[in-house]
Design a protein around this ligand. Structure first.
Ligand code: LLP
Length: 393
């Protein structure tokens, strides 16, 4: 994304051209940004048995899955639907992880039939898996009491979280594994989402390494996702260099103590795709009341839920005229609820009806969380690649 003639461009296309050609609301994804983020992660994580399993819950657009597969990523899934998409684009079963909560027997059978690697989230899941696939290899998701994240809804460690097996229950987990002759080959944790503080990630990392010493058959350690991106102007980037150096050093030390080198897995979702996505919408009306100016656009929280659901900040700009006379406005959606507001008191270059607004950093947890609330259509998606536009399926 760049500015040319005071307009927002994606590759060689202006946002107004894209809006006209494909219609709005439109999610525009940039392959280059995904590629850069992927390479940045690889460059910083120097441990030689490091693997990226893209957490595809962030964005399951088929063209994006294909791109990440092509780049060398493996994948992390949470449902039969996500596994099906992963297999369809060509991920091999051995490269697919499945980590879910509240799993039905039917779904577990599907997972086992397809030889998908599991991170089991509870004692009852171990029991279910053991009955269905005795002698199998499993990973277990543990909750070590450390949680972090941008909102209480996405903090996944600690007693208030439904996720993982608490440390207090690990001996029971081992007993169950023994009962069904299951080998615990992986320990998994995910402390929460959009974490910008590398210290808390490293603290959880240390704790998992400590716990791992009590498991003798491990092949992998999975530290989940959660790597944050700067949404607010004041946010600082995650210190990937430090994180990479420290994780590598800690894994190397651990290998010496443990006696062999384990795979080290990260499951980034947001980090790889959030900044690659922009939601374009047209201004449909501008109205005022005695206190405020509302800019109405032709999309709403049915298409990008994050501001309404978590109070998340997404930068918004007038793509028709990036610089111009600035006005302070509330950008509101077209859903019949007062909470359908993308941002309050936003300073943007004065828009007029028909202009295109760009809501940035919408590539993760945007389209995938969209609904047809108010019986409106889902937005469209396009991926801008090196050779032009790839229309998404
Ligand atoms: N691994 C596991 C087991 C997860 O539960 C998640 C996210 C990830 C990896 C990827 O996390 P990430 O790297 O994207 O932070 N809808 C929320 C985020 C929910 C995240 C759920 N789990 C949002 O819009 O902020």
């Amino acid at each position: 994304m760049h500015t040319k003639n005071n307009k927002l461009y994606f590759g060689k296309y202006s946002s107004t051209t894209l809006a006209k050609k494909f219609g709005t609301p439109l999610y525009v994804y940039e392959a280059d940004v995904i590629r850069q983020r992927y390479l940045e992660l690889i460059k910083n994580m120097l441990y030689h048995k490091f693997h990226i399993h893209y957490a595809c819950k962030a964005n399951t657009n088929i063209s994006i899955l294909k791109l990440l597969l092509h780049l060398g990523a493996k994948i992390e899934t949470v449902s039969r639907g996500e596994i099906t998409s992963a297999l369809k684009v060509g991920f091999k079963s051995k490269d697919i992880l499945y980590t879910s909560s509240s799993v039905t027997e039917e779904e577990m059978v599907f997972v086992i039939k397809n030889n998908i690697k599991v991170n089991l989230d509870s004692l009852s899941q171990i029991e279910l898996y053991g009955k269905l696939n005795p002698n199998g290899k499993i990973g277990i998701r543990i909750n070590q009491g450390i949680g972090a994240g941008h909102h209480s809804h996405v903090i996944t460690g600690g007693v208030m979280s439904k996720f993982g097996i608490p440390l207090e229950h690990l001996s029971q987990a081992k007993k169950l594994a023994k009962k069904y002759k299951l080998q615990i080959v992986s320990l998994h944790q995910h402390i929460g989402s959009n974490v910008l503080d590398s210290k808390i990630l490293l603290k959880a990392f240390d704790k998992l390494l400590e716990t791992a010493k009590d498991f003798s058959e491990l092949e992998s350690l999975d530290f989940g996702g959660g790597l944050g991106i700067p949404y607010l102007p004041k946010d600082k980037n995650l210190n990937l260099k430090l994180l990479g150096q420290e994780m590598t050093r800690k894994m190397n030390n651990f290998s010496k103590i443990y006696g062999r080198e384990l795979n080290m897995i990260l499951e980034p979702g947001r980090f790889l795709v959030a900044e690659a996505g922009t939601l374009l919408a047209n201004v449909t009306e501008i109205k005022t009341n005695p206190k405020r100016t509302f800019v109405g656009i032709n999309t709403g929280f049915n298409h990008l839920l994050r501001p309404a659901m978590y109070g998340s900040h997404h930068e918004i700009i007038n793509a028709n005229k990036i610089k111009g006379a600035i006005i302070k406005v509330d950008v509101a959606g077209n859903i019949c609820e007062s909470g359908d507001v993308f941002g309050r008191d936003r300073k943007i270059s004065k828009p007029k009806v028909g202009d295109v607004l760009a809501i940035k950093n919408s590539g993760a947890y945007g389209y995938v969380m969209a609904s047809r609330y108010n019986s409106r259509e889902l937005p469209r998606e396009i991926l801008i690649g090196k050779n032009g536009i790839l229309r998404s399926i």
